[in-house]
Design a protein around this ligand. Structure first.
Ligand code: SAH
Length: 361
Protein backbone atom coordinates (compact mmCIF):
# COMPACT_ATOMS: atom_id res chain seq x y z
CA UNK A 1 0.00 0.00 0.00
CA UNK A 2 1.29 3.44 -0.95
CA UNK A 3 2.32 5.67 1.95
CA UNK A 4 0.59 8.97 1.27
CA UNK A 5 2.19 10.86 4.15
CA UNK A 6 4.74 12.69 2.00
CA UNK A 7 2.15 13.72 -0.53
CA UNK A 8 -0.04 15.30 2.13
CA UNK A 9 1.34 18.80 2.48
CA UNK A 10 -0.75 21.42 4.28
CA UNK A 11 -1.94 22.80 0.96
CA UNK A 12 -2.90 19.33 -0.24
CA UNK A 13 -4.79 18.58 2.98
CA UNK A 14 -6.79 21.80 2.60
CA UNK A 15 -7.54 20.97 -1.02
CA UNK A 16 -8.68 17.44 -0.12
CA UNK A 17 -11.03 18.78 2.54
CA UNK A 18 -12.86 20.72 -0.14
CA UNK A 19 -12.66 18.58 -3.29
CA UNK A 20 -15.55 16.65 -4.89
CA UNK A 21 -16.66 13.40 -3.27
CA UNK A 22 -15.48 11.18 -6.11
CA UNK A 23 -12.03 12.72 -5.96
CA UNK A 24 -11.89 12.09 -2.22
CA UNK A 25 -13.13 8.48 -2.42
CA UNK A 26 -9.67 6.89 -2.96
CA UNK A 27 -8.37 8.72 0.13
CA UNK A 28 -11.27 7.46 2.24
CA UNK A 29 -10.48 3.93 1.05
CA UNK A 30 -6.76 4.42 1.72
CA UNK A 31 -7.56 5.65 5.24
CA UNK A 32 -9.49 2.47 5.96
CA UNK A 33 -6.65 0.33 4.53
CA UNK A 34 -4.16 2.27 6.66
CA UNK A 35 -6.18 1.55 9.80
CA UNK A 36 -6.29 -2.18 9.04
CA UNK A 37 -2.58 -2.32 8.17
CA UNK A 38 -1.30 -0.37 11.19
CA UNK A 39 -3.80 -1.02 13.99
CA UNK A 40 -5.96 -3.90 12.80
CA UNK A 41 -9.68 -4.31 12.29
CA UNK A 42 -10.83 -4.03 15.91
CA UNK A 43 -13.19 -1.28 16.98
CA UNK A 44 -12.67 -0.41 20.64
CA UNK A 45 -15.59 0.59 22.83
CA UNK A 46 -15.44 2.96 25.76
CA UNK A 47 -18.44 3.48 28.01
CA UNK A 48 -18.88 7.23 28.49
CA UNK A 49 -20.08 8.48 31.88
CA UNK A 50 -20.81 12.21 32.07
CA UNK A 51 -20.16 12.80 35.75
CA UNK A 52 -21.33 16.40 36.05
CA UNK A 53 -21.98 19.64 34.19
CA UNK A 54 -20.75 22.07 36.83
CA UNK A 55 -18.07 24.07 35.00
CA UNK A 56 -15.74 26.92 35.92
CA UNK A 57 -15.19 27.81 32.28
CA UNK A 58 -17.20 30.08 30.05
CA UNK A 59 -16.39 28.82 26.53
CA UNK A 60 -18.48 30.73 24.01
CA UNK A 61 -19.73 27.61 22.19
CA UNK A 62 -20.58 25.28 25.06
CA UNK A 63 -24.02 24.68 26.56
CA UNK A 64 -22.64 23.92 30.02
CA UNK A 65 -20.64 27.16 30.20
CA UNK A 66 -20.68 28.82 33.60
CA UNK A 67 -22.86 31.76 32.50
CA UNK A 68 -25.64 29.63 31.03
CA UNK A 69 -28.37 30.09 33.63
CA UNK A 70 -30.70 27.77 31.73
CA UNK A 71 -28.45 24.78 32.35
CA UNK A 72 -29.74 22.58 35.18
CA UNK A 73 -26.59 21.68 37.08
CA UNK A 74 -25.82 18.23 38.44
CA UNK A 75 -22.89 16.35 39.88
CA UNK A 76 -23.18 12.59 40.23
CA UNK A 77 -22.06 11.30 43.61
CA UNK A 78 -19.55 8.47 43.93
CA UNK A 79 -22.26 5.84 44.37
CA UNK A 80 -24.00 6.92 41.17
CA UNK A 81 -20.72 6.90 39.24
CA UNK A 82 -19.66 3.54 40.63
CA UNK A 83 -23.02 2.02 39.74
CA UNK A 84 -22.73 3.39 36.19
CA UNK A 85 -19.28 1.78 35.99
CA UNK A 86 -20.72 -1.51 37.31
CA UNK A 87 -23.50 -1.32 34.71
CA UNK A 88 -20.85 -0.76 32.02
CA UNK A 89 -18.88 -3.79 33.22
CA UNK A 90 -22.06 -5.87 33.31
CA UNK A 91 -22.83 -4.78 29.76
CA UNK A 92 -19.43 -6.11 28.72
CA UNK A 93 -17.30 -2.95 28.49
CA UNK A 94 -13.75 -3.02 29.86
CA UNK A 95 -12.90 0.60 29.19
CA UNK A 96 -14.66 3.70 30.51
CA UNK A 97 -14.43 7.47 30.07
CA UNK A 98 -15.28 9.85 32.90
CA UNK A 99 -16.06 13.25 31.43
CA UNK A 100 -17.35 16.41 33.06
CA UNK A 101 -17.20 20.15 33.40
CA UNK A 102 -13.95 21.66 34.57
CA UNK A 103 -13.44 22.14 38.29
CA UNK A 104 -10.13 22.95 39.88
CA UNK A 105 -9.82 22.59 43.63
CA UNK A 106 -7.98 20.43 46.11
CA UNK A 107 -11.22 18.77 47.10
CA UNK A 108 -12.06 17.92 43.46
CA UNK A 109 -8.58 16.48 42.90
CA UNK A 110 -8.92 14.36 46.01
CA UNK A 111 -12.44 13.26 45.17
CA UNK A 112 -11.44 11.99 41.71
CA UNK A 113 -8.37 10.33 43.18
CA UNK A 114 -10.52 8.39 45.66
CA UNK A 115 -13.07 7.58 42.98
CA UNK A 116 -10.34 6.12 40.76
CA UNK A 117 -9.24 3.97 43.66
CA UNK A 118 -12.80 2.67 44.16
CA UNK A 119 -13.13 1.92 40.44
CA UNK A 120 -9.85 0.02 40.41
CA UNK A 121 -11.24 -2.32 43.07
CA UNK A 122 -14.34 -3.24 41.08
CA UNK A 123 -12.67 -6.21 39.38
CA UNK A 124 -9.86 -8.52 40.53
CA UNK A 125 -7.66 -7.33 37.66
CA UNK A 126 -7.61 -3.63 38.62
CA UNK A 127 -10.92 -2.48 37.19
CA UNK A 128 -11.74 -1.16 33.74
CA UNK A 129 -9.24 0.99 31.82
CA UNK A 130 -10.08 4.59 32.72
CA UNK A 131 -9.91 7.64 30.45
CA UNK A 132 -10.46 11.04 32.07
CA UNK A 133 -11.76 14.18 30.39
CA UNK A 134 -11.97 16.78 33.14
CA UNK A 135 -10.33 19.79 31.58
CA UNK A 136 -7.17 21.71 32.37
CA UNK A 137 -5.50 20.76 35.64
CA UNK A 138 -2.07 21.22 37.15
CA UNK A 139 0.72 18.74 36.45
CA UNK A 140 0.53 17.54 40.04
CA UNK A 141 -3.20 16.84 39.77
CA UNK A 142 -2.67 14.97 36.50
CA UNK A 143 0.09 12.97 38.19
CA UNK A 144 -2.05 12.09 41.18
CA UNK A 145 -4.88 10.87 38.96
CA UNK A 146 -2.42 8.92 36.83
CA UNK A 147 -1.00 7.25 39.92
CA UNK A 148 -4.54 6.49 41.11
CA UNK A 149 -5.07 4.46 37.94
CA UNK A 150 -6.20 6.71 35.06
CA UNK A 151 -4.42 5.76 31.85
CA UNK A 152 -5.74 8.10 29.20
CA UNK A 153 -6.81 11.74 29.08
CA UNK A 154 -8.81 13.66 26.52
CA UNK A 155 -8.28 17.39 26.27
CA UNK A 156 -9.21 18.97 22.98
CA UNK A 157 -7.25 21.91 21.73
CA UNK A 158 -10.61 22.92 20.14
CA UNK A 159 -8.71 24.85 17.42
CA UNK A 160 -4.95 24.91 16.93
CA UNK A 161 -5.22 28.43 15.53
CA UNK A 162 -4.44 30.87 18.29
CA UNK A 163 -6.58 33.44 16.52
CA UNK A 164 -9.62 31.21 16.12
CA UNK A 165 -9.19 29.97 19.69
CA UNK A 166 -9.38 33.54 20.94
CA UNK A 167 -12.60 34.07 18.97
CA UNK A 168 -14.41 31.21 20.66
CA UNK A 169 -13.21 31.79 24.22
CA UNK A 170 -13.34 34.71 26.65
CA UNK A 171 -10.14 36.71 26.89
CA UNK A 172 -8.88 35.96 30.38
CA UNK A 173 -6.22 33.75 31.98
CA UNK A 174 -8.70 30.92 32.59
CA UNK A 175 -9.24 30.55 28.84
CA UNK A 176 -5.72 31.07 27.55
CA UNK A 177 -4.47 29.14 24.53
CA UNK A 178 -1.02 28.85 26.11
CA UNK A 179 -2.46 27.34 29.26
CA UNK A 180 -4.25 24.73 27.20
CA UNK A 181 -1.05 23.86 25.36
CA UNK A 182 0.75 23.63 28.67
CA UNK A 183 -1.92 21.26 29.99
CA UNK A 184 -1.41 19.00 26.97
CA UNK A 185 2.33 18.96 27.65
CA UNK A 186 1.71 18.16 31.32
CA UNK A 187 -0.45 15.19 30.35
CA UNK A 188 2.38 13.89 28.26
CA UNK A 189 4.82 14.43 31.09
CA UNK A 190 2.53 12.58 33.49
CA UNK A 191 2.68 9.59 31.12
CA UNK A 192 -0.92 9.47 29.91
CA UNK A 193 -2.03 8.26 26.54
CA UNK A 194 -2.88 11.74 25.37
CA UNK A 195 -5.92 12.56 23.29
CA UNK A 196 -6.83 15.86 21.74
CA UNK A 197 -9.11 17.10 18.97
CA UNK A 198 -10.92 20.01 17.45
CA UNK A 199 -14.39 21.21 16.55
CA UNK A 200 -15.14 21.28 12.85
CA UNK A 201 -17.27 23.91 11.11
CA UNK A 202 -16.68 26.70 13.63
CA UNK A 203 -17.59 30.23 12.58
CA UNK A 204 -14.66 31.73 10.69
CA UNK A 205 -12.87 28.38 10.29
CA UNK A 206 -11.31 27.63 6.90
CA UNK A 207 -9.95 24.47 5.27
CA UNK A 208 -6.48 25.90 5.97
CA UNK A 209 -7.28 26.06 9.68
CA UNK A 210 -8.37 22.42 9.60
CA UNK A 211 -5.27 21.34 7.69
CA UNK A 212 -3.21 23.10 10.36
CA UNK A 213 -5.19 21.22 13.03
CA UNK A 214 -4.12 17.91 11.48
CA UNK A 215 -0.51 19.10 11.42
CA UNK A 216 -0.78 20.24 15.03
CA UNK A 217 -1.91 16.79 16.14
CA UNK A 218 0.95 15.22 14.20
CA UNK A 219 3.50 17.58 15.74
CA UNK A 220 2.13 17.01 19.23
CA UNK A 221 2.56 13.30 18.52
CA UNK A 222 -0.80 12.52 20.14
CA UNK A 223 -1.99 8.98 20.86
CA UNK A 224 -5.72 9.49 20.38
CA UNK A 225 -8.11 11.91 18.77
CA UNK A 226 -11.73 12.84 19.30
CA UNK A 227 -13.09 15.46 16.96
CA UNK A 228 -16.47 16.31 15.55
CA UNK A 229 -18.72 18.96 14.11
CA UNK A 230 -19.44 22.16 15.98
CA UNK A 231 -23.16 22.27 16.81
CA UNK A 232 -25.08 25.31 17.91
CA UNK A 233 -26.54 25.82 21.36
CA UNK A 234 -29.05 28.65 21.67
CA UNK A 235 -27.95 29.69 25.15
CA UNK A 236 -24.38 30.49 24.15
CA UNK A 237 -22.80 33.64 22.68
CA UNK A 238 -21.58 31.83 19.54
CA UNK A 239 -25.22 31.21 18.59
CA UNK A 240 -25.28 34.80 17.39
CA UNK A 241 -23.00 33.78 14.51
CA UNK A 242 -25.11 30.83 13.35
CA UNK A 243 -25.98 32.55 10.07
CA UNK A 244 -22.27 32.39 9.12
CA UNK A 245 -22.00 28.59 9.55
CA UNK A 246 -21.82 26.05 6.77
CA UNK A 247 -24.88 23.70 6.84
CA UNK A 248 -24.75 20.66 9.18
CA UNK A 249 -24.38 18.25 6.24
CA UNK A 250 -21.24 20.09 5.16
CA UNK A 251 -19.86 20.07 8.73
CA UNK A 252 -20.45 16.34 8.77
CA UNK A 253 -18.69 15.88 5.42
CA UNK A 254 -15.71 17.90 6.63
CA UNK A 255 -15.59 15.94 9.90
CA UNK A 256 -15.49 12.59 8.10
CA UNK A 257 -12.73 13.84 5.83
CA UNK A 258 -10.76 15.07 8.84
CA UNK A 259 -10.97 11.54 10.26
CA UNK A 260 -9.73 10.01 7.01
CA UNK A 261 -6.90 12.50 6.52
CA UNK A 262 -5.75 12.26 10.12
CA UNK A 263 -5.62 8.47 9.78
CA UNK A 264 -3.42 8.84 6.70
CA UNK A 265 -1.08 11.24 8.52
CA UNK A 266 -1.05 9.34 11.85
CA UNK A 267 -1.60 5.66 10.93
CA UNK A 268 -1.36 4.07 14.40
CA UNK A 269 -3.35 6.37 16.72
CA UNK A 270 -6.87 5.74 18.05
CA UNK A 271 -9.52 7.93 16.44
CA UNK A 272 -13.03 8.15 17.88
CA UNK A 273 -16.23 8.23 15.91
CA UNK A 274 -17.79 10.91 18.12
CA UNK A 275 -21.32 11.48 19.38
CA UNK A 276 -21.52 14.91 17.73
CA UNK A 277 -21.36 13.14 14.35
CA UNK A 278 -24.34 11.08 15.40
CA UNK A 279 -26.23 14.27 16.31
CA UNK A 280 -26.18 15.30 12.63
CA UNK A 281 -26.87 11.86 11.14
CA UNK A 282 -27.79 8.72 13.08
CA UNK A 283 -25.42 6.61 10.93
CA UNK A 284 -22.49 9.02 10.80
CA UNK A 285 -20.41 7.22 13.41
CA UNK A 286 -20.51 4.07 11.30
CA UNK A 287 -19.48 6.18 8.32
CA UNK A 288 -16.47 7.42 10.33
CA UNK A 289 -15.56 3.78 11.11
CA UNK A 290 -15.52 3.12 7.38
CA UNK A 291 -13.09 6.01 6.89
CA UNK A 292 -10.43 5.30 9.49
CA UNK A 293 -11.97 5.77 12.97
CA UNK A 294 -11.61 2.82 15.38
CA UNK A 295 -13.22 3.83 18.69
CA UNK A 296 -16.87 4.31 19.68
CA UNK A 297 -18.02 5.71 23.00
CA UNK A 298 -21.52 4.46 23.90
CA UNK A 299 -23.11 6.72 26.48
CA UNK A 300 -23.67 4.98 29.84
CA UNK A 301 -24.60 8.11 31.80
CA UNK A 302 -27.80 7.71 33.87
CA UNK A 303 -30.66 8.97 31.68
CA UNK A 304 -31.64 12.11 33.61
CA UNK A 305 -28.06 13.33 33.87
CA UNK A 306 -27.43 12.54 30.21
CA UNK A 307 -30.03 15.08 29.09
CA UNK A 308 -28.50 17.72 31.34
CA UNK A 309 -25.03 17.25 29.93
CA UNK A 310 -26.04 19.33 26.93
CA UNK A 311 -22.94 20.73 25.24
CA UNK A 312 -25.01 21.34 22.11
CA UNK A 313 -28.63 20.93 21.03
CA UNK A 314 -30.11 17.72 19.59
CA UNK A 315 -27.76 15.50 21.54
CA UNK A 316 -28.69 11.85 20.88
CA UNK A 317 -30.21 10.46 24.10
CA UNK A 318 -31.72 7.13 23.24
CA UNK A 319 -28.82 4.73 22.77
CA UNK A 320 -29.86 1.44 24.35
CA UNK A 321 -27.61 0.79 27.34
CA UNK A 322 -29.10 -2.72 27.52
CA UNK A 323 -25.90 -4.37 26.33
CA UNK A 324 -23.14 -4.22 23.81
CA UNK A 325 -24.88 -6.42 21.25
CA UNK A 326 -26.89 -3.93 19.14
CA UNK A 327 -23.93 -1.60 18.84
CA UNK A 328 -21.56 -4.46 18.06
CA UNK A 329 -23.86 -5.50 15.21
CA UNK A 330 -23.71 -2.03 13.73
CA UNK A 331 -19.92 -2.01 14.03
CA UNK A 332 -19.66 -5.39 12.28
CA UNK A 333 -21.70 -4.00 9.39
CA UNK A 334 -18.86 -1.56 8.76
CA UNK A 335 -16.39 -4.43 8.38
CA UNK A 336 -14.63 -3.86 11.71
CA UNK A 337 -14.79 -6.29 14.63
CA UNK A 338 -16.30 -4.90 17.83
CA UNK A 339 -13.88 -5.53 20.71
CA UNK A 340 -15.57 -4.43 23.96
CA UNK A 341 -13.35 -6.79 25.96
CA UNK A 342 -10.16 -5.16 24.65
CA UNK A 343 -8.94 -2.16 26.64
CA UNK A 344 -7.71 -0.71 23.36
CA UNK A 345 -4.40 0.89 24.25
CA UNK A 346 -3.23 3.16 21.45
CA UNK A 347 -0.66 1.41 19.27
CA UNK A 348 1.04 4.76 18.90
CA UNK A 349 1.57 4.96 22.66
CA UNK A 350 3.32 1.57 22.70
CA UNK A 351 5.45 2.65 19.78
CA UNK A 352 6.59 5.90 21.30
CA UNK A 353 7.24 4.29 24.69
CA UNK A 354 9.44 1.72 23.00
CA UNK A 355 11.62 4.55 21.69
CA UNK A 356 12.01 6.32 25.03
CA UNK A 357 15.12 5.72 27.12
CA UNK A 358 14.27 3.10 29.75
CA UNK A 359 15.12 5.40 32.66
CA UNK A 360 12.08 7.58 31.97
CA UNK A 361 9.69 4.76 31.20
N1 SAH B 1 -14.32 19.84 30.63
C1 SAH B 1 -13.77 18.90 29.68
C2 SAH B 1 -14.85 18.30 28.82
C3 SAH B 1 -15.45 19.31 27.89
S1 SAH B 1 -16.80 18.84 26.94
C4 SAH B 1 -12.70 19.58 28.90
O1 SAH B 1 -12.50 20.77 29.06
O2 SAH B 1 -11.99 18.93 28.14
C5 SAH B 1 -16.01 17.90 25.71
C6 SAH B 1 -15.91 18.55 24.35
O3 SAH B 1 -17.17 18.86 23.82
C7 SAH B 1 -15.17 19.87 24.30
O4 SAH B 1 -13.79 19.68 24.33
C8 SAH B 1 -15.66 20.45 22.98
O5 SAH B 1 -14.77 20.15 21.90
C9 SAH B 1 -16.98 19.73 22.74
N2 SAH B 1 -18.07 20.72 22.64
C10 SAH B 1 -18.45 21.64 23.54
N3 SAH B 1 -19.43 22.41 23.04
C11 SAH B 1 -19.68 21.96 21.78
C12 SAH B 1 -20.57 22.35 20.75
N4 SAH B 1 -21.40 23.37 20.90
N5 SAH B 1 -20.53 21.65 19.59
C13 SAH B 1 -19.70 20.60 19.42
N6 SAH B 1 -18.83 20.20 20.36
C14 SAH B 1 -18.82 20.86 21.54
Amino acid sequence: MKDLRHELTDARLAELLECDDDKFAPYAAAARDTLIAHVGDKCYLRALIEIGNVCAKDCLYCGIRRSNRHAVRYMLDDDAIVSAVRASLAAGYRSIVLQGGEQCSDSFTLRIERLLDKISRLTPDGGPAVTLSLGEQSLSTYMRWREAGARRYLLRIESSSRHLYSRIHPHDPLHSFDRRLEALMSLREADYQVGTGVMIGLPGQTAEHLAADIRFMQQMDIDMCGMGPYLEHRHTPLYGLRHTLVPPAERLRLSLRMVALLRLVMPDINIAATTALQAIDSHAREEALRMGANVIMPNMTPQQAKARYALYENKPLCETPAGTMPLCGRICDTGLVAAPEDDGTSRHYYERKSHEPTATR
